[in-house]
Design a protein around this ligand. Sequence first.
Ligand SMILES: [Zn+2]
Length: 229
Amino acid sequence: MSITLNKDESNRRELQIGLECPYCNVYSRMAATSVPDVSMVIATRPKHVGLVHQCDACSAPVFLRYAVKEIREDEVILNQNFVELERPKERFAFSYLPKQTEVLFREALSCYSANSYNAFASMCRRSAHSAFEALGEGGKMQAFEELMVAQEIAEIDDATLDPIKAILFEVNDDSEMPILNRAQAGVLLEILKDIFYQCFVRRGKLTRAIRVRNLFGQEPGTPTAANSA
Ligand SMILES: [Zn+2]
């Protein structure tokens, strides 16, 4: 499959894709609203061209880069695989993380959104180490147990999990880091999000919810902890 840009613009309406929008995070239809001048592409023969699509859900402009596959007399053929210049931002309940872990994990997720998967892996290692330290004695063991539970729940095989286990729990130096591809980085992302959720977010949310219930859920006339003393 490929995409054809005609000189007479006869197929403009067909130039649409389905994609997760980097602005509203909705998977939506995106029609091409800004397409390169075909005569100019034929004359200058660039290796790549840029198209702007418009998100159906939020109307934001989404920039995509396509490789030029073939240049003909009056049309240009593009490879259908495009590069997203802006990727959807990964979300997380950062406020529940210890401060230093939050800073490092935010940077890790920025690397992931920029398709820099090995920079992402290095930042995941630093985020994990910072989290273990914040959890105190037994923290690393607790996190490792969460990893084992996640492996069982999601039925992840050992070959997939081994590099992730090494990055988070075994490697002490960046030079020993395994090289990750996009798919492995995706698994690392979900695993570390799950570990952080179990170790910090779940406890934080539960503690806060119970505190709020204790504060507002008392029978009228019941003395509060503060005024009963
Ligand atoms: Zn959108």
